[in-house]
Design a protein around this ligand. Structure first.
Ligand SMILES: [Zn+2]
Length: 360
């Protein structure tokens, strides 16, 4: 298996950022799985924290660990339990929580990996903190650790009404793609709270899988999503031309999102023109991400989503440490600042968009 760099550059140009830089494992061994999505649409705000409810029985959450990883040594952030150790990295202008006085972001984390092994020791506490920080729903990504990962994500989603799952085969696992997987994925659609296909796409940066196989797996899963009228969660890295060439073959208006959008205005426009949503990660809190900040000004508010990609890509001041859904507050806060919007308005828009896209 390929060695990956663990150094996160201060800023990276358009679409070049690995979504899982410090925790490459999550995007390694994957395969498939999936489930059903509810047809009803709702804009009603809910969530255990909002309703003052207990987030759930912790005993139900950590039943199974994440699938086996095969990442190289030394890829984990050293400060997982001491996130404050990294606050100084960002030049001293950032402070620990709360940022700007905000302590809650009533939003939906549309992309996190809750079944990752990084959460095995305290998964229930991580989820409880998400509700405490105001998150209303979480979408955990099944792709990334083979069929086992999909099964785990679906099982976790079945434990709580505000946790949803996607299923799919990550581009890094495309060498393992077999046409029979499609029916296996489709079988997951009958399970509770399976709301999408993902993450799927192309990654030409690491080239973990053969590019032709990546394209094949991507196209097959897009077709599956279209057939089942499910949204798709798109991963991409250094593959923009092929990505859009394939996406142009999908019926419009498209029902999908670009996960971990760190691109510029040109890239945003290409995605928006196809009808895609753009999901903003913690990278927006990093220095030297002016192109992304500029793109944000261009993206209509009804196409914005918010995500953590936890346990990867933690925002400042947690950068380099394990990420978790509650850290979305920093990402939302920074995005709101850039857009000149009150935090609550941004969260409300992003939450509504997530509910619309995933029919939550
Ligand atoms: Zn991810």
């Amino acid at each position: 298996m390929r060695e990956r760099t663990t150094k996160v550059p201060e800023a990276e140009p358009e679409g070049t950022r690995a979504p899982c830089e410090n925790f490459p494992s999550a995007h390694r061994a994957r395969e498939g799985g999936t489930l059903l999505h509810s047809a009803q649409s709702s804009t009603v705000l809910r969530g255990p924290a909002q309703l003052g409810l207990d987030p759930g029985d912790p005993a139900k959450l950590g039943g199974r660990g994440s699938p086996r990883r095969r990442e190289p040594e030394g890829t984990r952030a050293p400060c997982e339990n001491f996130p404050s150790a990294h606050s100084a990295r960002e030049g001293g202008t950032q402070r620990a929580l709360p940022v700007g006085g905000a302590t809650r972001a009533p939003v939906i984390d549309v992309h996190c990996h809750l079944t990752d092994a990084a959460f095995d020791a305290d998964r229930e506490a991580v989820i409880a903190r998400a509700w405490a920080c105001g998150l209303t729903d979480l979408i955990t990504i099944g792709a990334g650790s083979g069929m086992e990962g999909n099964t785990a994500a679906v099982a976790l989603a079945a434990t709580q009404p505000h946790i949803f799952a996607t299923v799919g085969l990550h581009p890094h696992d495309a060498d393992r793609f077999q046409p029979e997987m499609i029916s296996a994925f489709a079988a997951f659609f009958a399970q509770p709270r399976v709301v999408g296909v993902g993450e799927i796409g192309l990654d030409y940066h690491y080239d973990v899988a053969d590019r032709a196989k990546q394209r094949l797996a991507f196209e097959a899963q897009l077709a599956l999503a279209v057939e089942h009228q499910l949204p798709y969660v798109i991963h991409h890295r250094e593959a923009i031309d092929d990505l859009f060439a394939i996406l142009r073959g999908v019926p419009v208006p498209m029902r999908g999102m670009i996960h971990c959008f760190t691109g510029d205005r040109t890239f945003a426009r290409r995605a928006l023109d196809l009808g895609l949503y753009l999901s903003i990660p913690g990278v927006v809190t990093f220095r030297r991400t002016e192109a992304l900040h500029d793109a944000l000004q261009y993206i209509p508010h009804d196409r914005l989503l918010m995500e953590t990609d936890a346990p990867y890509l933690a925002p400042v001041p947690h950068r380099g440490c394990r990420n978790e859904p509650s850290y979305i507050i920093q990402t939302a806060q920074r995005t709101a600042e850039i857009l000149g919007l009150p935090l609550e308005i941004l969260c409300q828009a992003a939450r509504k968009n997530a509910e619309t896209l995933f029919a939550l």
